[in-house]
Every structure is written in structure tokens, then in C-alpha cells.
Design a protein. Structure first.
Length: 346
């Protein structure tokens, strides 16, 4: 098979497109013919650059921390999947063979693409219980992006914040991946009224195209004043953020109304942000940080995407052979939307 292999850390040129042995599924594993794998700023780009030593990536490495494709073969002990099934995979998983349901496993675990071969290949083997069956109508490129971002956003907005129909939700980072799917989940799944915010008019307006009712460009507008104007002075019910911009988040926090909830799964622009504790206790605000997702939410995310309620933000689809170009693109421009590598394109 063809695969991207990292033999040493460094610039994008260390990503080598080469021939590797076809993997053979072990007990409890399935082999997937990969149709899509997303390129991620930290888990792919920063790992390749060698700035994520604390994650202990194991070289030589086939990167790619998620993928979507077709089951190609199954190992001994697998009955839940069969060749031809459409699946998506991501996250931490056993490194040694285990039963197809994963029960009773107590061995080492690690992320695909960091501690075991990942999705930047024509074929990859993974534990069967980490595979998620896809609706037949869902495009593989979209499925890979849904797998990476939608469960986290769904968990934050639906489970942690408990967003209700008609509530006001302020989505920070409107054009980012988590922001873009957050707008759609808040609007189309929760039935909320959505205000999106970003650091430029173009990025804020991108949120309007995804279904937000109002957009705030906080480079030229006062985010607190605008949020209060839009909500008629009542403030927002939910503040969704994973940036923690210390120049903006304190004002956005003040836009939370009575019983407001701040939810986050990251702090890419912070992480230290001052907040007004008088506002916190006076308005009875809760703050919840919650990475990850509930497994039971995954089928709901995939079906919502298949039904057109969530349109994953995809900026570029490139052949697997252009993985180095994809990394250069991410390093030179934050951009809008995801870059997806397709192994069926070469």
C-alpha cells in the first residue's frame, strides 16, 4: 500500500509518500480502506514538527488521527462488521489485540496516528469497537470531519449546556471548525437563536451562511454591547468558546444573562483569561470544561450530517500524496474549513 511515513520530526518535507506493507488485521480488528483523513493543526502538524513530545509519538509513524472508509477485511473474532461496511474511526484505542467489544482490555492504549499507524494510508487496521458505522448516504470526506469535530460540539451544546429551543447562544470563533459545527448544532439540533462572533467581518459573516441569525465582528464592534442589544438586554443563555482570547472572552462572559452557561473544550488563544466574579455569582453562571463526547452521540451526529442538518466545513480535498502540501497550507494560513486527504486520489 501507499502511505505517508514520518521517520524523523521536522518540516513538512519529512512526510514521505512511500510504499509500506499492507497491514493485516489482528484478533478483534478490522482493516479499513481509507477514503478520507483530516489534517489537524495540533495532532498532525505540530506532532510532525516535533513540538508535541509530551504525547510521546512513536517513530517511524504513519500519521492521521482519524479517517473514514470501507471495511476491507476483518480479523479473527469480529462479527459486528463485514467487508463493504462504511465506517469512521478516531481517538485513543488499545495498542494490543482485544475482543471486538473492547471489554476486559487492560493493556496499553494510545491514539491512532501517534502511537499506532493512522489514517494517512491506503489501508489501516483498528480495533473493531472503535469503528462507527456510517449512513450509506454520508460522504466519506464529510464523515471524517464529523468524526473529528461534531461529537465534541454536540456534547458541549446538547449535553453539558443543555441548550433549549429559543435560547440565545453566542458562538465564538465562528469560522473555525468547532465554531462552524457549533453554529449548526445550536441552530438545527437545539433550536436555539444563534449569535456568532469572530475577529473579522469575513469570518463573522461565514457564520451567517451557516445559519446564525446575527454576526459580531469584534475587531470593529463591542461584543458585549452588540450581544446585549441583540438580546434586548437579557444577555445570552449559552456562551460556547474554545479559544479563550484574553482580549475578547472577558467581555463575552459579561454578555451571559441569568443562569447562563459557559462551555468550552479548549483554550487555543489563552489560556489565562480574567473574569468578573461578581457577574459570575450575581447571575448564577456555571462554567464547564468538557473535552470529548458521549459514544451514544456519534450516530446522531452522522445521521444529522446525512440529513443535511450539519454541513462540515471542508476547505480543500487533496490526494494523500500531497500531505506535505496540506501541512504547508495549514502552517501558512489559519484559513476557514478543514483540509481532507483522500487516499483513493493517490
Amino acid at each position: 500500500m501507499k502511505a505517508i511515513v514520518i521517520h524523523e520530526f521536522g518540516p513538512p518535507d519529512v512526510l514521505k509518500y512511500e510504499t509500506a506493507p499492507d497491514p493485516v488485521p489482528r484478533f478483534g480488528e478490522v482493516r479499513v480502506r481509507v477514503h478520507a483523513a483530516t489534517v489537524n493543526r495540533v495532532l498532525d502538524v505540530a506532532v510532525r514538527a516535533g513540538t508535541q513530545a509530551h504525547r510521546k509519538p512513536m517513530l517511524p509513524l504513519i500519521p492521521g488521527v482519524d479517517c473514514a472508509g470501507v471495511v476491507d477485511a476483518v480479523g479473527e473474532g469480529v462479527t459486528r462488521f463485514k467487508p463493504g461496511d462504511h465506517v469512521a474511526i478516531a481517538s485513543t484505542m488499545p495498542l494490543d489485540p482485544c475482543s471486538e467489544d473492547g471489554k476486559g482490555y487492560s493493556g496499553p492504549q494510545g491514539m491512532m496516528g501517534i502511537h499506532r499507524p493512522g489514517g494517512f494510508a491506503e489501508l489501516t487496521c483498528v480495533p473493531a469497537f472503535k469503528c462507527n458505522l456510517l449512513p450509506a448516504s454520508l460522504d466519506f470526506h464529510e464523515a471524517a470531519v464529523v468524526m473529528r469535530h461534531c461529537p465534541t460540539a454536540w456534547n458541549l451544546l446538547c449535553n453539558i449546556a443543555g441548550t433549549k429551543p429559543g435560547e440565545w447562544v453566542l458562538i465564538m470563533g465562528a469560522s473555525g471548525n468547532l465554531g462552524a459545527v457549533g453554529i449548526q448544532i445550536a441552530k438545527n439540533i437545539c433550536g436555539a437563536r444563534v449569535i456568532c462572533a469572530a475577529g473579522s467581518k469575513a469570518r463573522a459573516d461565514a457564520g451567517l451562511a451557516l445559519g446564525a441569525e446575527y454576526a459580531i465582528d469584534y475587531s470593529s464592534q463591542d461584543i458585549l454591547a452588540e450581544a446585549m442589544r441583540i438580546t434586548g438586554g437579557g444577555g445570552v443563555d449559552v456562551l460556547y468558546d474554545n479559544i479563550a482570547n484574553p482580549a475578547v472572552l472577558p467581555q463575552a462572559f459579561m454578555a451571559l444573562g441569568e443562569g447562563g452557561r459557559l462551555v468550552t473544550a479548549g483554550a487555543h488563544g489563552g489560556p489565562v483569561v480574567p473574569i468578573d466574579f461578581f457577574h459570575l455569582y450575581d447571575k448564577k453562571i456555571t462554567i464547564r470544561g468538557m473535552p470529548g463526547s458521549k459514544p451514544s452521540d456519534l450516530p446522531l451526529c452522522f445521521q444529522a450530517a446525512a440529513d443535511g442538518k450539519i454541513k462540515p466545513p471542508i476547505a480543500h480535498v487533496l490526494p494523500l500524496s500531497r500531505a506535505a502540501d496540506a501541512h504547508r497550507m495549514m502552517e501558512s494560513d489559519a484559513g476557514m474549513g478543514k483540509i481532507v486527504l483522500d487516499a483513493t486520489l493517490g
